[in-house]
Ligand binder design. Structure first.
Ligand code: C5P
Length: 249
């Protein structure tokens, strides 16, 4: 049993800033600052708006998870990782299937760049298997084994190559926690209330309480907050679930 403060629980909640415009994105940043720990900027927003959106969020003193899932030759990903550190992002990710050398060179580049710039090391995450892929999709691509086996294999590879953690489906948390130990960071999207009927396009979901209890360090939540009549009330409820989840571990 472990208790954490409300502030520490807030820090574990990452808001998926999947907005259609700069103005809309910044409205959410204004509203949710202090109620969530980080804002996740994905491919859609970053491709449309570029680094300005990161700079604007950072200028308001907020943390950013840059979710661009880099996957390229080691040198290219290492330079992209340095660029992400230069922007001051607090967390970013690559695809674990880019291989050990890609991960290792990017971790080295990112962490030494942070040192040179006098910034804190960002959390370096690896994406194992996209939750949109099932066993048939893996077979089609030419991977052997099922998604569960591949998730653990890639997570171990990422851990050995120096990544700080992984992005994982809610249903893989328990297995990953067991195979990777307590210190490896697990970030989990696909969070929905246990009693929520509309799960959008998320199928394999857990509640914030369950995900944290199973061992998630951070949870990513978008639509349940964005579509709520009272987004702050939903944030507060999720933060309460995070506190309860930690206490129940
Ligand atoms: O709106 P919702 O809570 O489903 O948002 C979850 C966020 O996490 C989205 O930005 C989505 O792109 C992202 N994500 C996900 N599942 C993954 C990886 C990322 O839902 N496997």
């Amino acid at each position: 049993m472990k208790n954490i403060s409300n502030r520490q629980a807030c820090d574990k909640l990452i808001f998926a800033l999947d907005a259609a415009s700069y103005e809309e994105a910044m409205k959410w940043v204004e509203l949710l600052s202090g109620h969530v720990g980080m804002f996740k900027v994905g491919k859609e927003l970053f491709t449309a708006l570029g680094p300005q959106i990161i700079k604007s969020i950072k200028a308001r003193g907020q943390k950013v998870f840059l979710d661009l899932k880099f996957h390229d030759i080691p040198n290219t990903v290492a330079r992209a990782a340095e660029a992400a550190v230069g922007l001051g992002v607090d967390m970013f990710n690559v695809h674990a299937s880019g291989g050990s050398r890609m991960i290792q060179e990017s971790v080295d580049a990112a962490f030494s760049c942070a040192g040179k710039l006098g910034k804190a090391k960002p959390v370096f995450l690896a994406v194992t298997v996209l939750t949109s892929l099932n066993d048939d999709d893996l077979a089609e691509i030419g991977f052997q084994g099922n998604t569960g086996e591949l998730v653990v294999r890639l997570a171990k590879l990422a851990q050995k190559a120096g990544a700080s953690g992984v992005v994982a489906s809610p249903l893989d948390i328990a297995l990953l926690r067991k195979s990777l130990g307590g210190d490896f960071i697990i970030v989990t999207p696909g969070i929905r209330g246990a009693d929520e009927k509309a799960k959008d396009d998320q199928k394999r979901t857990l509640s914030a309480y369950e995900a944290v209890k199973e061992g998630a360090d951070y949870i990513v939540v978008g639509r349940p907050i964005r579509k709520a009549e009272d987004p702050l009330a939903v944030c507060r409820q999720i933060v309460g679930e995070i506190e309860a989840g930690i206490a129940a571990r």
